[in-house]
Ligand binder design. Sequence first.
Ligand code: SF4
Length: 200
Amino acid sequence: MTRRESASDGTRKYLWRLADGATVESVGLPGGGRLTVCLSTQVGCAMGCAFCATGQGGFVRDLSPGEIADQVTAVARDFGSRVTNAVAMGQGEPFANYESTLAAFRFLNSKDGAGIGARHLTVSTAGSIPGIRRFASEPEEFTLAVSLHSAVQSTRDFLMPGVRRWPLAGLRAARRDYTERTNRRLTFEYALIDSMNDTA
Ligand code: SF4
């Protein structure tokens, strides 16, 4: 661990330095009998979201499955507690590093790994339609979340230039197909930004 910051509610934010000197962040969120880890899947990110410091810095490299899963192991060690939930919502677009993210999730799901239930392992995508469609065909019951941030195409294009190539109409169809195929709901994430996306 390179740096750790703790909040009064028990949340801990970590900065890890990797073998090649690159750094990534994770967050540990305890509460309600659970310990959730928000983990990174890439060093930097190519999506360029307007509200995100990582996006402004650009993409550096993908993380390996071990580097992704190790974040969970290290947070569990720091809390002295089993991790019950993990969500790929830190730095990076998980579906841009699909194989490594899935390999890490399979390890975290396995009895020899972290033993985290598949439904408690969540991919949060900026809105990669090919990723959503591929994820729907995986045998495990992993969970999906999609960052929406605006239902107005032009506003979303401005806030999330990296997903302009996957317009909302296509995202809506992929959402419907995902639900029909898996019989599972997905979650939409929406960050309210004053005067940008917080009006009716
Ligand atoms: S996808 Fe996530 S990490 Fe990447 S720029 Fe957008 S908010 Fe930041």
